[in-house]
Ligand binder design. Structure first.
Ligand code: ATP
Length: 302
């Protein structure tokens, strides 16, 4: 478990995160969502023991991070923003350095290399790897000492689709293994991929936690949305949808349908159209739902 209590911190000219309180439990994903400069990285620097807080406490599995830093840090794995690995060192040596720092047996490096499919690159310098591979190495390093808490700063930025998918799988695996996983993102649509996972979202704005909600509740706040369909036969699609009881209209060269539950109704709509011979070229929410939510929240005065 990770407990963050009334945490404030800054860089010498006043606090940039203020009075943050949240708890993340075993097997739970905690997503810190916020715009650039909101304070996500600063928060993660404090909870991983890099930046001292000006106030408040961080308790990792019952240990006060800033009172017993060595002991608490053993329980935390951190993937910083970007691919912070030693560029001049080989993949193996990057891992070895951390293994020595954390008192991990060299045997474990072999395990990690094969778990992360890095075996064939083990003698390559980190700077020669693609960004996706470097990220994989950084994640392997964060998990080398089998920490209870995994903290990932903007893990999905600048990755191609296969790397995103494999990283997502690793996150889910870590949760199954009983870890606490925290990650920060400003890529709102990323959250939708974690539906069905035990997950809470903390929204941070100007260094303050302005909302904390279970992911499923956030999604249901967005239950009423419009869906845009690009189809090969507008009139036929409109007829089918109306006959199926949907509130649909033509807008330009698209069909727009109102749905009350995005997750369950979109598959029904596409099935109805396909069964009636309408080809579907594209389906998308009229506004990215979480973006809309984020805009709404940002507008609120607090
Ligand atoms: P991003 O998504 O852009 O990384 P973030 O939410 O992670 O943003 P932080 O990097 O934590 O935000 O920045 C929060 C505030 O602290 C910003 O106003 C930023 O300018 C400031 N800040 C961050 N790092 C430093 C630093 N090393 N020295 C001084 N100010 C800093």
């Amino acid at each position: 478990m990770l407990e963050v209590e009334n945490l404030s911190a800054g860089y010498g000219r006043g606090d940039v995160i203020r009075d943050l309180t949240f708890t993340a439990t075993k097997g739970e994903l905690y997503l810190l969502l916020g715009a650039n400069g909101a304070g996500k990285t600063t928060t993660f620097r404090v909870i991983t023991g890099i930046l001292p807080p000006s106030r408040g406490r961080v308790i990792v599995e019952g240990i006060d991070l800033w009172r017993e830093p060595e002991k608490a840090k053993m329980k935390i794995g951190y993937l910083p923003e970007g691919e912070r690995v030693y560029p001049n060192l080989s993949v193996y040596r990057n891992l070895l350095l951390f293994a020595r720092l954390y008192g991990v047996a060299e045997e474990r490096i072999k395990e990690v290399l094969s778990e992360f499919n890095l075996k064939e690159y083990k003698d390559r310098k980190a700077e020669e790897l693609s960004r996706g591979l470097r990220k994989r190495l950084a994640l392997a390093r964060a998990l080398l000492h089998e920490p209870e808490v995994l903290v990932l700063d903007e893990p999905f930025s600048n990755l191609d689709v296969p790397s995103v998918i494999s990283l997502r799988d690793k996150i889910l695996e870590s949760l199954d293994e009983g870890r606490v996983v925290l990650f920060s993102t400003h890529i709102l649509s990323e959250l939708q991929h974690f539906e069905g996972v035990r997950c809470r979202v903390g929204i941070i704005r100007d260094g303050k936690l302005v909302l904390e909600e279970k992911l499923e509740n956030l999604m249901s706040l967005l239950s009423s949305v419009e869906v845009v369909l690009v189809v090969n036969n507008l009139q036929r699609a409109l007829q089918v949808l109306k006959e199926s009881g949907y509130d649909a209209r033509v807008e330009g060269r698209n069909i727009v349908v109102s749905v009350s539950n995005y997750t369950s109704e979109v598959p029904e709509i596409t099935r109805a159209l396909a069964e009636n011979g309408v080809g579907i070229l594209q389906v998308k929410p009229k506004k990215v739902p979480l973006e809309k939510l984020f805009m709404d929240l940002s507008k609120q005065d607090r």
